[in-house]
Design a binder for this molecule. Structure first.
Ligand SMILES: Cc1cc2nc3c(=O)[nH]c(=O)nc-3n(C[C@H](O)[C@H](O)[C@H](O)COP(=O)(O)OP(=O)(O)OC[C@H]3O[C@@H](n4cnc5c(N)ncnc54)[C@H](O)[C@@H]3O)c2cc1C
Length: 380
């Protein structure tokens, strides 16, 4: 079905992404899964190919095109290839907007060239061991002392946590004020007192480094404050819709990829003298999932258009995130079932897709929190 979202420029960019992924990522991804981390060189290769900072101003080395469809195309191509360990989405879709929209000219000059070249890998650290959904409950503090903040605390589950050179850390600069006393600080690799903990062992996204971070009285110059002091919560609210849209893009692309694989599989697998795809149950299951995925694609494309037009709200993003990621989990589960025992074997891509899917309804805000946001938007 022609969905009218992408034009020829996006399709040309898709070709570039597809070729890049096939050449530079797919042959190595299984090794990176074993290692629990991707090769850093993939980042600079992506930078050279123009796959980082597509929306960053050209004077900083970016693509100069503020159009989320390019981000979505790259996300989709990574999903289709099963390249779930490559954290370009977090870098481009999630951290990028903070560095473009909340920074001073001096900060842009300092960070954006490395952001686009892949020499500076980024992360964002909100979650803590004792506070994930309840962000106002974080314990990390940044006390102002002269021209610096003194940052103390810890973060966990941080994507790109090991590889990152610049981490946007959410900290309390005025603990008395709760959500109105939170700020964002950019912490750079090598700052004294900044240590990485474990690269956490996960059930999926095996090649992605997800780590603990520790801050022991790290002196952060005030020049590394992102946005306004004590406005961190507001800044997060501004930026979370794009993060959640990015997760929804991955969800829908994953549904499409899992269905395509499963349809191929059931055509070839024989049982009781016919293909598994010839059983009515299989046909009905795949018909239902295909229909729901088509609805998801149509809805997602609308969301991307709304986002590009500046009309995509926090509640819109929450709806898109929970609905598409719950669908992804449903599709993953049903597709494993239709593969029978082979669906449980890692040599079949559907097994990895199932494992990679599970976290989608958890990170970026859980389904329950998304429903809370939507409920609140209804005045409830
Ligand atoms: C692979 C991975 C990568 C991640 N990457 C990052 C990252 O890069 N940066 C970052 O900051 N964080 C990251 N996270 C953390 C992620 O955002 C959190 O795990 C998520 O927000 C949930 O927080 P939590 O784990 O503390 O769960 P909790 O908040 O403890 O929630 C536990 C359960 O309680 C439910 N719950 C909580 N509050 C409510 C409520 N009010 N109403 C109903 N139910 C509720 C939740 O929905 C959930 O089901 C990542 C997590 C994973 C697993």
């Amino acid at each position: 079905m022609d969905q009218h979202l992408y034009n020829d420029e996006h399709e040309a960019f898709r070709e570039l992404c597809h070729t890049f992924v096939a050449r530079h990522i797919t042959p190595f991804h299984a090794d990176w899964e074993q290692a629990g981390i991707v090769d850093r060189a993939i980042w600079t290769a992506a930078g050279e190919a123009g796959l980082l900072g597509m929306d960053v101003d050209e004077k900083y080395g970016g693509g100069g095109e503020r159009d989320f469809r390019f981000n979505a195309v790259l996300d989709e191509e990574l999903v289709r290839a099963g390249a779930s360990g490559v954290g370009f989405g977090l870098h481009n879709d999630v951290v990028g907007p903070y560095l473009m929209d909340l920074t001073t000219d001096e900060q842009k000059q300092r960070w954006l060239p490395g952001f686009c070249s892949g020499e500076m890998i980024t992360a964002i650290a909100m979650s803590e061991p004792s506070a994930g959904s309840d962000l106002a409950g974080i314990l990390t503090t940044a006390r102002r002392d002269g021209d610096s903040y003194v940052l103390t605390g810890s973060k966990t589950f941080i994507t790109n946590g090991i590889l990152s050179d610049l981490v946007l850390v959410v900290a309390k600069t005025d603990p008395e004020k709760g959500a109105h006393g939170i700020s964002l600080l950019a912490i750079e690799r090598g700052m004294p007192g900044f240590e990485r903990g474990r690269n956490l062992e996960k059930i999926g996204l095996k090649a992605q480094d997800t780590a603990e971070l520790f801050f022991d009285e790290v002196r952060v110059p005030v020049e590394n404050l992102i946005g306004a002091e004590n406005h961190g919560f507001y800044h997060l609210m501004q930026m979370l819709p794009q993060e959640r849209l990015s997760i929804a893009v991955v969800a829908v692309a994953a549904c499409e990829a899992m269905l395509a694989r499963t349809i191929e599989y059931v055509k070839g697998r024989q049982a009781f003298g016919r293909s598994v795809g010839a059983f009515q149950n299989t046909r009905f299951s795949l018909a239902e999932l295909t229909h729901e995925t088509t609805i998801a694609r149509t809805y997602l494309n609308h969301c991307v258009t709304e986002h590009n037009a500046g009309r995509f709200t926090v509640a819109d993003a929450a709806m898109a995130k929970w609905w598409t990621t719950e669908l992804q989990n449903k599709v993953a589960d049903r597709c494993v079932q239709l593969h029978g025992g082979y669906g449980y074997m890692m040599e079949y891509p559907i097994a990895k897709a199932w494992l990679d899917s599970r976290v989608q309804s958890i990170y970026g805000g859980t389904t329950e929190i998304m429903k809370e946001i939507v409920g609140r938007s209804l005045g409830l």
